[in-house]
Design a protein around this ligand. Structure first.
Ligand SMILES: Cc1cc2nc3c(=O)[nH]c(=O)nc-3n(C[C@H](O)[C@H](O)[C@H](O)COP(=O)(O)OP(=O)(O)OC[C@H]3O[C@@H](n4cnc5c(N)ncnc54)[C@H](O)[C@@H]3O)c2cc1C
Length: 330
């Protein structure tokens, strides 16, 4: 089958996830720029085959029995630019898909133009080195910009302040349902907690806006958030981040998903090499050779445990990519 970009039949996805669980997909596509990305999406849609988008694989559990259809990876779409004059629409049109951009004075125009596969840690480092504030709390969050926007990645401070990817977004560029590039301004985009609510739109890139600060301040704040994250999460283990969304605090009495799992006795539960972290009840760890069946089974077991104890249904934050030709959902 011919594809408009690099393509690998039967590629194994396991190593492309942070949990290290997954099997082969019929076709893995690796577009090298946003236009190839758009063409790959259109080609898959026109052929009517299931299509999924894979970013950094930091929030997915992939079936190891194999996936039908096509997975389009954003791995090669990893560019980050400083904009020139982005005031005119046509200038943005030229710049988002282009690698050749005249850098602006960082203090005068504290924005970055990113492709969807830019790794979040690389983006955080770039912002820190320019003295751009806004992503300090994302220090230590793996994945790609597109995945971060699709998931509206973020967190909550101890005082309850919510911070999320959408805080720094000025506009996103998507491949829309018609297969065309479309820019969506932040005020026309309505993301919610851990859900970018993009529908059929797929993120090709974005323009991000920051607050200029001193580089030292940004670096210090990033270090502090990384230190806090490392103190409570099993960051060096193989995981897919938080398994469950935090439930509505009104219904859970303000308890997080991790605390509910802990109180229900979920910490330390295991199936095969899949186990619930002793450190954080919302992290499922692959201790070596966990299978997708182990992971799916353990997730259901924990959901049952919490439901029996509290009556609350924990909703998955991680995306479960089940095989057997089930309907693909990005
Ligand atoms: C150690 C660890 C710590 C973490 N900490 C946090 C945290 O503090 N806060 C937090 O929110 N998350 C956290 N995560 C989860 C993860 O880092 C984020 O959800 C991240 O945004 C996922 O990005 P990704 O590119 O890896 O997405 P993937 O895992 O590749 O994909 C996730 C979903 O996004 C979709 N998607 C990916 N790219 C696109 C695109 N371009 N357009 C449309 N849809 C797309 C996929 O189809 C899938 O449905 C953590 C994960 C780990 C392993």
């Amino acid at each position: 089958m011919h594809w408009p970009c690099a393509s690998l039949p039967g590629a194994d996805l396991r190593e492309r996830t942070t949990l290290r669980v997954g099997g082969p997909v019929a076709w893995l596509l690796e577009p090298a720029d946003p236009e190839q990305f758009r063409e790959a999406i259109v080609a898959a849609r026109e052929r009517g085959i299931p299509m999924r988008i894979l970013g950094g694989g930091a929030n997915v559990v992939i079936d190891d029995s194999g996936l039908d259809g096509v997975v389009i990876s954003t791995e090669r779409l990893n560019r980050i630019f400083r904009p020139g004059d982005l005031s005119a629409e046509e200038t943005l049109d030229e710049q988002l898909p282009s690698a050749r951009v005249a850098p602006a004075d960082p203090a005068e125009d504290p924005r970055l133009v990113v492709w969807s596969g830019a790794p979040l840690p690389k983006l955080c480092r770039a912002a820190r080195d320019l003295g751009y504030s806004g992503l300090e709390k994302m220090a230590g969050v793996p994945g790609h910009v597109g995945g971060g926007i699709a998931m509206n990645a973020g967190g909550k401070d101890r005082d309850g302040t919510l911070w999320q990817m959408s805080d720094v977004v000025e506009r996103i560029r998507v491949v829309n349902a018609a297969g065309e590039m479309e820019d969506i301004a932040r005020h026309d985009w309505d993301p919610v907690y851990r859900d970018g609510r993009l529908g059929d739109a797929i993120v090709a890139g974005a323009v991000l806006r920051f607050e200029p600060r001193s580089k030292m301040e940004v670096a210090e704040a990033s270090r502090e958030y990384l230190r806090r994250k490392n103190a409570v999460q099993p960051v060096t283990e193989r995981s897919a981040g938080c398994v469950f969304k935090n439930p509505d605090p009104e219904r859970s009495g303000g308890k997080t998903a991790g605390l509910l799992v802990d109180e229900a006795g979920g910490k330390g539960r295991r199936r095969g090499d899949a186990t619930i972290s002793e450190r954080h009840g919302n992290f499922l760890i692959n201790q070596g050779a966990a299978s997708a069946a182990d992971v799916f089974g353990l997730i259901e077991e924990i959901q049952d445990l919490v439901a029996q104890r509290t009556g609350l249904e924990l909703e998955c934050e991680v995306k479960l990519w089940r095989g057997n030709g089930e309907r693909a959902a990005t």
